[in-house]
Design a protein. Sequence first.
Length: 234
Amino acid sequence: MLLTELTQILFAQVTAPVVPADKLEFSFWNILFHGGAFAKIVMATVLLLGVFSVYLFFERFFFIKRLTSKTDSNFMNNIEDFIREGKVDAALDYCKTQHSPEGRILEKGISRLGRPVSDIVSAMESQAQVEVANMEKNLNLLAVVPSIAPMLGLLGTVIGMIIAFFNLSHAEGSFSPKTLSEGIYTALGQTAVGLAVAIPANFFYNILLTRIDKFVLKAQNISGEFLDIINKPL
């Protein structure tokens, strides 16, 4: 009788469904804000830098795109016609109606017709520099983000490691690897976020520089075409 009861108990234990343990879910967000007050301040600062870089990129990108897309496709042909017909005032008014950097650059050159070529070139170059400076407004702030974000992340990592080893050195009782590993992965999360913010910010900065360089090349071509027009024999 006793043997039969033991057999039934063992059989029930074997056939009972195994309840799986809860899986440990990796949450990067929880890791970021798992540290102390200093770690949270660093994370908030780095994330704010990331949001700022995204905002500044789109603001400058659409600003440059809006400026460089206003010029008429027949702009230079119309300018040449005005100059050939001796309609200098009409050419100036036409440049003003464009409301574009190219129009303002040529307006400076047309307004100095009759003066030495060096004066015309100098006036157009000065206006081109003004237009480029207008496009590069606040771009230096975007360039700072790729430098500051990794440094803040590294600072948070170093402080986090110091705190982790400090707590480990003052821990009593048996050593638990969890105490050290928890502090280490929390600290490394600071550097990861710093790099995650710096890499896109650096990419955004180079995209804007590329668009500005294209405008500079276009302005040089337009200036060269204008000089060819005024120096071409009638």
